[in-house]
Write a protein that binds this ligand. Structure first.
Ligand code: ADP
Ligand code: MG
Ligand code: MG
Length: 257
């Protein structure tokens, strides 16, 4: 059993202009995710959801000014990006870049080597990736393509979930995994997330703007995220309320506060 704990997290984003003051975006985020739990973090555009995932990932532009992130008591904020991955954190946005000339199969083996601390045996690895790709309806030719080069939105998302299945992290932070997916792709990707949850008893932080994906991935907890913090937490029924009424009740309350 593992615990990812975020306490009173404040984050500034450095602006492109070095003379401009950083923008204060996260304003005291509290969130605890344990193994086997699925948490949906839902909020309007611009509320800071991606900023939270970048901060957990250790993106250098996102500066933590207050608060803590710990994984089983270990200080995540002191870890490099690689150390976070080795400690068992998976950020679906970690590798969104195109890497020409590096095939998917090489890329995935390198990532697995980094996380596991030793290179997976080649024959075993080939089998493992084939099985994982079949489960996600991924064409075998995909393995030979360059990382993310010319991938459609749906292919990128499948690739993220493929990594999730192969890297077997303790916690998966999935930021807008549902965006740009048609219904079939959404189902395949969701099944991949659910398999990860069952097989690894992983903890999931599912960040999303829309309730649609929650028909396929059932959260144990739902958090409403507005203006840089969690403003309400509840069970799945909270998502139903958001589906019906949107974020207005929460954004209004925040504006008045
Ligand atoms: P969400 O994912 O909830 O839509 P974001 O975390 O992407 O929200 O953004 C929160 C706020 O921070 C927005 O107002 C956005 O414009 C701002 N922001 C995020 N990243 C940067 C950045 N790198 N430079 C400047 N502003 C940023
Ligand atoms: Mg947001
Ligand atoms: Mg976002």
């Amino acid at each position: 059993m593992s615990t990812l704990e975020i306490r009173d997290l404040h984050v500034d984003v450095a602006q492109t202009d070095p003379d401009a003051d950083p923008i204060h975006i996260l304003k005291g985020v509290d969130l605890t995710v344990k193994s086997g739990e699925t948490h949906a973090l839902m909020g309007p555009n611009g509320s800071g959801k991606s900023t939270l995932s970048y901060a957990i990932a250790g993106h250098p532009k996102y500066v933590v000014t207050q608060g803590s992130i710990t994984l089983d008591g270990e200080n995540v904020l002191e870890m490099s990006v690689d150390e976070r991955a080795r400690a068992g954190l998976f950020l679906a946005m970690q590798y969104p870049v195109e890497v020409p000339g590096v095939s998917m199969s090489n890329f995935l083996r390198t990532a697995a080597t980094a996380v596991r601390g030793e290179a997976p045996k080649l024959r075993h690895w080939v089998k493992e990736t084939k099985t994982a790709m079949t489960e996600l309806d991924i064409d075998p030719a995909f393995a030979e393509r360059s990382v993310n080069e010319g991938f459609s939105g749906g292919e990128k998302k499948r690739h993220e979930i493929l990594q999730l299945g192969l890297l077997k992290p303790k916690f998966a932070i999935l930021d807008e995994t549902d965006s740009g997916l048609d219904v079939d792709a959404l189902r395949v990707v969701s099944e991949g997330v659910n398999r990860y949850k069952e097989r690894e008893n992983g903890g999931i932080l599912l960040i999303t703007h829309y309730t649609r994906i929650l028909r396929y991935i059932h959260p144990d907890f739902v958090h409403v995220f507005v203006a840089g913090r969690v403003v309400e937490s509840g069970g799945p029924e909270l998502a139903d309320e958001l589906e019906e009424n949107g974020y207005e009740r929460f954004t209004k309350a925040t504006a008045q506060a």
